[in-house]
Ligand binder design. Structure first.
Ligand code: SF4
Ligand code: SF4
Length: 377
């Protein structure tokens, strides 16, 4: 078995980047007023961020460190989301009444393509959320995707933890997509086109009403009619298949590679991101370990031959950590200039900013019974 050649930065680069990350987190989580409790909280997360950066840059543990941060982010988001629903509507279940009242359902980034397009073309909001909530979610999503590209799916998305955790738990690939993989990668593009078409023609959020597998965990329907029951069966079956069984048998992030309708938007908008993953062909020995280990099927025979990855790469770093030649790394767009420290500092900062906000919200809830400010500190 090939020995891994972990890419390691110097102590100097690692410590400087860790310090910058510490400062970013102090600024973002420290609050406006500089209260001692806020500063102490920010310092704790600043130190966690600095340790994560050193683990990644100095010890080359990019994928492993990201994996822990990503799963913890998803876990605390799920806890906070459930508590918020218990407080504001008395149940984690979503009832028809709440949908009918029109503006109180949290909107997620996945809805953006099929909510924004009918809003722009026909002036109709087809999701029961306020337009201000849509604007806030859209701004958050766009800024993260412009910065990280599909790294949004590898570092920031609070929905990916379950899919990622199940793929990481799997010890052996039982099922390979083989020649179907190429078509499976195109499925999200076809799905989002269908969803936009239905949304514009029928003004109906088909995905949220009948398909979204994430409703296994978030906003499961209150069952009062036979149709609700049918929808619940679809959400549970789809969620288990795509988020649990699929990742376990394929060792891939199955939902986040072959299903999520946000994949096309993240991949296409992400083309403007300053960060790229590239293969140094002069180091590569064509062992193809990167193709086999990529959890998103974003390293293909064709892309490897060109020294690149497909636009669906989530910047997760698994290929970088597994490559025996240390041939894969982050580069600045359009150049061969190394960008690993800059990418890592920003990705760790924003991931921990969200996690820090959720954990703080949880502590606040345990102390007071209310959530206080959650999300960004
Ligand atoms: S880039 Fe891929 S094929 Fe080349 S040496 Fe690394 S793991 Fe092997
Ligand atoms: S190509 Fe590498 S960095 Fe991109 S998703 Fe695959 S394993 Fe992760």
């Amino acid at each position: 078995m090939a020995t891994k050649t972990l890419i390691r930065s110097s102590w100097r680069t690692s410590l400087i980047t860790a310090f910058v990350t510490f400062l970013f987190l102090m600024f973002l989580l420290g609050g406006q007023g500089g209260e001692p409790a806020d500063m102490a909280w920010a310092a704790i997360f600043g130190l966690i961020g600095a340790c994560a950066v050193i683990s990644i840059l100095r010890f080359g543990r990019l994928h492993g460190t990201r994996l822990i941060m990503f799963i913890v982010l998803g876990l605390f988001f799920t806890i906070i989301f459930s508590i918020e629903h218990q407080i504001t509507r008395g149940s984690i279940l979503l009832s028809d009444k709440q949908i009918d009242t029109g503006t109180g359902v949290p909107i997620c980034p996945i809805t953006l393509p099929f909510v924004v397009v009918p809003l722009a073309i026909r002036g109709e909001m087809i999701f029961p959320a306020a337009i201000s909530a849509l604007a806030f979610t859209g701004f958050f999503w766009l800024s993260m995707v412009v910065l990280f590209g599909r790294g949004f799916c590898g570092w920031i998305c609070f929905f990916g933890g379950l899919d990622q955790g199940c793929a990481a738990l799997s010890r052996r690939r039982i099922f390979k997509l083989g020649k179907w993989e190429r078509w499976a990668r195109l499925f999200p593009y076809a799905l989002v086109l269908l969803l936009i078409l239905v949304a514009v023609v029928a003004l109906y959020p088909l995905y949220c009403a009948w398909i979204c597998p994430l409703r296994l965990l978030y906003d499961p329907p209150e069952v009062t009619t036979s149709l609700d029951w049918l929808a619940a069966v679809i959400f549970v079956t789809g969620g288990m298949g795509l988020m649990v069984v699929g990742p376990l048998v394929t060792r891939k992030r199955f939902h986040c590679s072959y299903f999520c309708p946000l994949i096309p938007m993240n991949s296409l908008v992400g083309l403007v991101s300053p960060f790229r993953v590239k293969v140094d062909r002069s180091k590569c020995n064509d062992c193809k370990i990167c193709i086999r280990t990529c959890p998103h099927s974003a390293m293909t025979e064709e892309s490897l031959a060109k020294g690149t990855v497909t636009i669906e790469c989530s910047r997760c770093g698994k290929c970088m950590q597994e490559c025996p030649q240390g041939a894969i790394d982050f580069k600045l767009i359009g150049t061969n200039m190394g960008a690993r420290p800059a990418f890592v500092a920003l990705a760790v900062t924003f991931s921990l900013m969200l996690t820090g906000g959720y954990i703080r919200g949880l502590i606040h809830f345990l102390q007071t019974g209310t959530l206080g400010a959650i999300g960004g500190g």
